[in-house]
Design a protein around this ligand. Structure first.
Ligand SMILES: NC(=O)c1ccc[n+]([C@@H]2O[C@H](COP(=O)([O-])OP(=O)(O)OC[C@H]3O[C@@H](n4cnc5c(N)ncnc54)[C@H](OP(=O)(O)O)[C@@H]3O)[C@@H](O)[C@H]2O)c1
Length: 364
């Protein structure tokens, strides 16, 4: 399916491309990003290829990512064509002011004004809480986001990196207090990170929020640079090398399960004659309730290749190979529901699905 097939994000009327452009790499401040010129080429090429969904955050590259996007939109005069998503939570104010971080109303107000200024726009299509701060009540966050919708500063709201109970509570508050509901959960999702399948797929379906999947290549591990047989190799150029050299978190990705996944991905990609990165992105995009996959690219060749990731289908038996290799240990209470729980509860034959013209029975 070509990139210029758009999906409605969650239950909104907002139409987004199934591949969003991640811009965490716009700017060199973090050591593995792109110059302004390279970033602009990637931005323009993504739009020329049919994408319309740009993801950034106030803290990416210290504000440079938002600044570049604002400038690029101005130069291209295309603000209206773009679905612009940005995030708040982290302290991006000069001088570490105490209320300039977190999800309190005061910081949300400061953050949105700063983002609007850097992005050179008067509204944000999708405003996402970047991370649970573990202290601010969800009531304060939801009311503050709803106020911003009413003020016209943001059109829709999302949550990223929050526990499912928190997201569920946010949606209940929205429903019962008449706030703008959350239309997307932006979460890490890839062949190497499938933990969100425990709760978020069902939660999103039930509450009308689509998943925006981040790091579909596990930050580069599934990009094709790493091949089976070179396990543990870290001298491949790119972000993972830089992070590893700096003593960062990549070591947690260097484990037997992940190398098994890289091996299976390599074999499947070879069989369907596709780049490993494309196969990995395609797998994520075709999981239940995924609204959009945020692709990252530090080179034009990577972008152009990744943008073709939806142009083919992975045959079912090969999907199974990937599913099996990337299977993960379920934790309690999900283990409790695994084996035929309905039969144990009602002691009758399994419930049947409703006829096709009804909605599918939800068994959660
Ligand atoms: N909400 C959140 O907390 C959160 C967190 C992380 C990311 N995000 C969003 O998600 C976006 C994507 O995340 P990500 O960059 O981590 O995604 P990713 O797809 O897991 O990794 C992308 C990186 O892999 C390498 N790569 C990509 N395509 C390749 C190809 N075809 N061949 C070889 N290497 C390739 C590039 O890095 P190198 O060339 O440097 O190796 C690229 O920067 C971000 O830009 C951001 O917008 C959100």
């Amino acid at each position: 399916m070509p990139i210029n097939n758009y999906y409605n994000l969650g239950k909104t009327g907002l139409k987004v491309s199934r591949l969003a452009l991640g811009t965490m790499t716009f700017g060199k401040e973090w050591g593995w990003g792109n110059s302004r010129e390279e970033s602009q080429q990637i931005f323009n090429q993504y739009l020329d290829l049919g994408g319309n969904f740009i993801d950034t955050a106030d803290m990416y590259t210290g504000g440079t990512s938002e600044r570049y996007i604002g400038e690029f939109m101005k130069e291209r005069k295309n603000r209206e064509e773009i679905v612009l998503s940005t995030k708040f939570t982290f302290n991006t104010a000069e001088g570490h002011k105490i209320n300039a971080g977190g999800n309190g109303r005061k910081n949300i107000k400061r953050s949105v004004e700063d983002s609007l200024r850097r992005l050179k726009t008067d509204y944000i299509d999708l405003y996402i809480m970047h991370c649970w701060d573990k202290v601010t009540p969800v009531e304060e966050v939801m009311r503050s986001l709803d106020d911003l919708v009413r003020e016209g500063k943001i059109l829709h709201a999302g949550l990223s990196n929050v526990p499912a109970w928190y997201a569920s509570r946010a949606q209940s508050l929205a429903q019962h207090r008449g706030y703008e509901p959350i239309c997307t959960f932006q979460l890490e999702y890839s062949l190497i990170q499938r933990a969100i399948e425990n709760e978020y797929i069902d939660l999103g379906q039930i509450t009308g929020a689509g998943i925006m999947a981040w790091s579909p290549l596990g930050g580069g591990l599934l990009s094709g640079k790493y091949k089976p047989g070179i396990e543990g190799q870290k001298d491949v150029e790119g972000r993972l090398k830089k992070i590893t050299d700096d003593g960062g978190e990549v070591s947690s990705k260097d484990n037997e399960r992940n190398w098994g996944i890289v091996k299976a991905l390599h074999e499947v990609s070879h069989q369907i004659d596709q780049p490993m990165a494309s196969t990995a992105i395609n797998w994520v995009a075709n999981q239940s309730n995924v609204g959009s996959v945020i692709i990252g690219a530090t080179k034009m060749s990577q972008l152009e290749s990744n943008m073709k990731a939806l142009d083919f289908e992975i045959p079912l038996p090969l999907m199974e190979v990937l599913n099996k290799a990337s299977d993960f240990d379920k934790v309690y209470p999900y283990t409790f529901f695994q084996s035929n729980i309905q039969q144990r509860i009602i002691k009758e034959a399994e419930l049947a699905d409703k006829p096709a013209h009804y909605h599918k029975q939800q068994r959660v």
